[in-house]
Design a protein around this ligand. Structure first.
Ligand code: SF4
Length: 348
């Protein structure tokens, strides 16, 4: 069975033509699926009975299933979703005052090997399909609808397990569905993709003509330190990464966000803060400082409040716009990948 959630609108138009249907069928289906959220072909009343029969015989609309659900006292929802092949992925919903933010996974596991990351403890098994990407949002929307009919995911960050640019084509089609007026109609500025620094894909992304936000997981201000904590830096060192960032800023006319996880006595020193100022000078950068969530299996510790604020002060005094990321779900498995790692272990 062919899952219709796998198609962006333009791909569905091509597909309709390839099966001898008119192109407009694609928009018709998109409106039923995403605007009206109908997943039963029998209810698609403006589609001929014959085509509805064809749809029932050859196509499906399957979303991931909720395997476990954790709800934090701050309202954060953390889901472990089960995919059709039994693999499991994490999806998180965070409540900001400006909206409901979904953090989605892009792969089952991750091979990028960032030393501080719980997601990377489980190696990549495969990339997620478009239906598995969009399905994460649809499942969260179903839960929000139970709270209030009008509630929806309003912002999406592709920052969960996996490297989005390692699954580039599917992530881009996912974004197209999110952003399309007949899709989920989420504004481009409300969508952020985060990469650990796959340089050739940053150039590709710059040329897509999308107004989607780009975040770079930087986490270190020099190559020696970044090599230690982020394996990708051996392939794409900082000078190449920064060249790509500057190209992106010029080509896409957008600024990037640098994500920086503060690890105690590793990258949270005043020297590191000063080096970071130098490194990103000449970019329009914005720095998002992230207090580390300790994970039992990893040897890193959380920076003290004093160190976090000292780091922030140095950036601000040197003209770098920076904030400390708000923390969510600290009473549940807060670190990205923790819930899945825990469950996989139980299953072994
Ligand atoms: S931080 Fe992101 S890219 Fe790095 S190992 Fe974790 S999931 Fe993969």
């Amino acid at each position: 069975m062919n899952n219709l959630y796998n198609y962006s609108l333009s791909k569905l138009e091509d597909h309709m033509l390839s099966i001898g249907q008119k192109k407009y069928r694609a928009t018709q289906l998109f409106k039923w699926i995403y605007e009206k959220r109908v997943d039963d072909f029998d209810l698609m009343s403006d589609i001929s009975l014959k085509f509805r029969e064809d749809l029932k015989n050859n196509y499906c609309l399957i979303k991931p299933k909720i395997y476990t659900k954790q709800i934090s006292s701050d309202g954060t929802i953390k889901l472990l979703l089960e995919l059709e092949d039994g693999n499991k992925i994490e999806t998180v919903l965070m409540r900001y005052n400006y909206g409901n933010v979904a953090c989605v996974s892009s792969e089952v596991g991750c091979n990028m090997g960032c030393a501080f990351c719980a997601s990377g403890l489980l190696k990549k098994k495969r990339e997620l399909t478009v239906s598995e990407l969009i399905g994460q949002i649809l499942v969260l929307d179903d839960l929000l609808k139970l709270e209030d009919e009008s509630k929806r995911v309003t912002h999406v960050v592709v920052m969960g397990t996996g490297e989005p640019f390692d699954n580039y084509d599917n992530v881009l089609d996912f974004i197209r569905i999110l952003n399309h007026p007949h899709g989920l109609a989420i504004g481009a500025r409300h969508i952020t993709v985060s990469t650990c620094g796959i340089v050739p894909r940053i150039y590709d992304y710059a040329k897509e003509g999308l107004q989607i936000n780009l975040a770079i997981s930087l986490h270190a201000p020099n190559d020696a330190l970044r090599n230690r904590i982020m394996a990708i830096n051996h392939t794409y060192p900082l000078d190449e990464l920064m060249k790509a960032v500057k190209y992106y800023e010029k080509e896409a006319n957008r600024r990037v966000t640098f994500e920086y996880i503060l690890l105690k006595d590793i990258n949270d020193t005043p020297e590191c803060a000063k080096e970071l100022v130098k490194l990103i000078k000449g970019t329009l950068a914005y720095v998002n400082l992230i207090p580390f969530n300790p994970v039992k299996e990893l040897k890193f510790a959380r920076s003290s409040e004093t160190n976090v604020h000292r780091f922030l002060d140095i950036l601000m005094k040197n003209g770098v716009t920076a904030t400390i990321r708000k923390e969510f779900g600290t009473d549940i498995d807060a670190a990205c990948g923790q819930l899945r790692a825990k469950n996989e272990k139980h299953e072994l």
